[in-house]
Design a protein around this ligand. Structure first.
Ligand SMILES: [Zn+2]
Length: 213
């Protein structure tokens, strides 16, 4: 690559050039593509739905394709699965690539609508193996889902060293105030087991650098 000297920096210690990237593709693990038929289907109960989110989180750890987090979007009433996401931050060099964010992204593409709460769509639910972080919490109202189910708690995530970011303590009430129902502690122990499996594997624990408390 030819580099042009446009830097005003007085030192020359960094990389000479990095590409100016204008396009990026987010890719879920190959095993998820291969086994799509296994995950597609109808999941009637909260536990049924969470079992899928926890299973993909565990598989993501087993296959070493990302962090110990999984999420699915389902149609709230029927339980029909719309999309799946797993954590891909490190593998995709993408800070935002949390399981919930990728589930939102894939759901939007699936229904061809940025708003999962659109009038012509069935009400949608986010099912996440662990409580949403500050980013994912912020995205939940934008996404249009009407309901959220969580497995592991914030404290369980922090126990293995991850940081949830700056998140209001009353986040459930804040979502409720926007008409979004929240159910917590669904298959919590199973979700915790995946977190602990990841921690025991010696894989990278990254955080948001925010808290010195
Ligand atoms: Zn998140």
């Amino acid at each position: 690559m030819t580099t042009s000297s446009t830097s005003s920096s007085g030192t020359d210690t960094g990389p000479e050039s990095v590409p100016f990237v204008t396009q990026a593709t987010v890719v879920l693990p190959a095993w998820l593509t291969d086994d799509a038929a296994r995950y597609r289907g109808v999941y009637p109960t909260s536990e049924d739905r969470m079992a899928v989110a926890v299973e993909v989180a565990r598989r993501n750890v087993d296959e070493r394709t990302g962090g110990p987090f999984g999420a699915v979007i389902v149609e709230l009433e029927s339980g029909r699965l719309v999309s799946v996401g797993v954590n891909r931050v490190i593998e995709q060099n993408a800070a935002f690539a949390h399981a919930e964010m990728l589930a939102f992204l894939m759901a939007g593409r699936a229904v061809e609508n940025f708003d999962l709460g659109a009038d012509d769509l069935p009400a949608m639910q986010l099912v996440t193996s662990a409580e949403p972080c500050a980013m994912c919490l912020g995205t939940i109202p934008w996404s249009g889902v009407r309901s959220v189910i969580c497995g592991a708690r914030d404290a369980d995530i922090r126990d293995i060293g991850f940081d949830e970011g700056a998140k209001p303590r009353d986040w459930i009430a804040k979502l409720n105030a926007r008409g979004i129902a929240v159910e917590v502690d669904v298959l919590r122990e199973d979700a915790i087991a995946v977190l602990q499996q990841y921690a025991a594997s010696g894989s990278i624990i990254y955080n948001s650098r925010g808290s010195s408390a």
